[in-house]
Design a protein. Structure first.
Length: 273
């Protein structure tokens, strides 16, 4: 199986985790920033080294296993995560990692890559390994050398979700905060609709600082920032009491939610405010 790697902007690479999730590598003059580490599949560390020889910072948009599962592939590099999501990292034991591979990679992998065989997947699934973690905070800035990347805390899909604003290339790396699908239906690990609405308002208040989105799943290109306004509209409809939630089944996710423009928002009726 071949990993898709796309240079979406100067010295900015989208690294697909075999279509299961997206990672992003941003290179400055002095350092490089890898945002997310995928599920722990394939020769990720070698592929990152082939793109940059700069000292590496590894930072996570949130603590879900499909974004931190490959952190152990970078020994000696601390994986930086928001404190509110640190418990995900602490729970990612060898037993949990195996359960994750069985329940996520081995089930979603064939959906995303129908041409791949079981043997193909066996060859890219890496053994579990422990990683070292550190924390990052809202407003923190990573100086890469001629390229500053700012952390923006955006509770929603997880309470410790963050986005990364690349001031030089005017890109907002959103992780799972702004995909075409959002899950808010696992309280207390997901936020209320009202809290997520505040996060989206926070991002849109700064829309003049970025031209496009680097999303955590699905697309292999820079996405239009109007995804954010679709979520603003969706959350406003829900908070106003005008929503008519329906069962949505998109082939991957199933639950109660609404569709609005380009997006689907799944939420818990008991976790709105």
């Amino acid at each position: 199986m071949e990993r898709k790697i796309v240079e979406i902007a100067p010295r900015t690479w989208l690294i697909s985790d075999y279509l299961l999730a997206n990672m992003f590598l941003l290179e400055g003059d002095e350092k490089a920033l890898l945002i997310d580490a995928g599920s722990g599949l394939g020769p990720l560390e070698e592929q990152v080294k082939s793109l940059t020889d700069k000292p590496l910072i590894l930072a996570l948009t949130h603590g879900h296993a499909d974004h931190l599962g490959g952190c152990h592939l970078f020994p000696g590099v601390k994986s930086l995560i928001h404190p509110e999501d640190m418990f995900f990292a602490e729970e990612f034991t060898e037993a949990y990692a195996q359960e994750f591979i069985d329940n996520y990679v081995k089930t979603r992998g064939p959906v995303r890559n129908p041409e791949a065989t079981d043997e193909d997947w066996k060859q890219i699934i890496r053994p579990y390994g422990p990683a070292e973690y550190g924390t990052l905070e809202d407003g923190e800035v990573f100086e890469l050398g001629g390229r500053a990347v700012e952390v923006i805390h955006t509770p929603g899909h997880s309470m410790g979700s963050v986005c990364f604003l690349d001031h030089k290339e005017r890109l907002l790396v959103t992780g799972d905060t702004v995909n075409d699908c959002l899950l808010l239906n696992f309280p207390p690990h997901t936020s209320t609709v009202a809290q997520y609405h505040e996060s989206i308002q926070k991002l849109w208040a700064r829309e003049g600082e970025y031209d496009g989105l680097c999303q955590g799943h699905d697309t292999l290109t820079i996405a239009d920032k109007s995804f954010i306004t679709d979520y603003l509209t969706a959350t406003e409809i829900i908070l106003s009491g005008q929503a008519s939630p329906q069962e949505i089944d998109d082939g991957i996710h199933k639950g109660l939610g609404i569709r609005c423009g380009k997006v689907r928002l799944y939420y818990d009726l008991n976790s709105i405010r």
